[in-house]
Design a protein around this ligand. Sequence first.
Ligand code: ARG
Length: 277
Amino acid sequence: MDQAAWILMCPPDFFGIEYEINPWMNRRRDADRTMAVRQWESLRALLEAAGAEVACLRPAPGLPDLVFTANAALIHRDLAVLSRFHHPERQGEELLCRRWFAEQGFRIHDLKARGSFEGAGDALFCGDTLFAGYRIRSDVRTHQEIGEMLGCRVVPLELVQTRYYHLDTCFCPLAPGSAVYHPEAFDDYGRRALRHWIPDLIAVDEDEASRFACNAVVLGKTVVTGTGCPDLHRQLLDRGFTPRETPLDEFIKAGGSAKCLTLRLDGEDAASWKVGY
Ligand code: ARG
């Protein structure tokens, strides 16, 4: 990487399982805050050691999921397409994100299309194509609007399992033409579309997918995941990547892991508009 990757994170000061909006969350299985802080700090340190510069969103009481900054917006160059959360429990995050992006000088796009949209959680570039997960958290109409606005191809992918409710829980672009995915999270059409547009696909089995193997942060050749994904790590090593792991199980209790805890502000490495510029 020539320039430091720029990543948005939010410290877990108010993180916890206060409501249940996905199958991973159970109020009777709250997160251990001290442990969560330790795990978050380790993730941050690992990303910084891999060359990233981390910016922080100020945590806010009553918004336990604000830590999952992947859902704040979709970033394209200096444009932030702000999220419109599906669940009222997270809608309080919208104003804080809007303020942060405006303060940092991003151009802001407010979606006109109806329906919800949950940012980089459901919309990921691989090469020049935007892969967009829909049905559970994001509405296809919002993806269409984004494709028209950016003038890029959008491949809509229906998410068919509630456990993999955001695209980034079951799909991770590594580089143009290369990605990790959990096949069972998609229908036949989705699997075919992925195979058509992405020649090099690494499949993750149910065991590792349920440890959020697909929820990886890619920094050049370094790929950071939570612990317990040895098969994926082996396949990444074979392709010349450097896999790294760090425990993130307190966040899995909320249905998120490494990737969900980050938002790449300068464009993902796998986006070809990023590679060339
Ligand atoms: N509890 C959060 C939710 O259900 C977790 C979000 C995880 N984020 C992600 N990009 N997958 O919305």
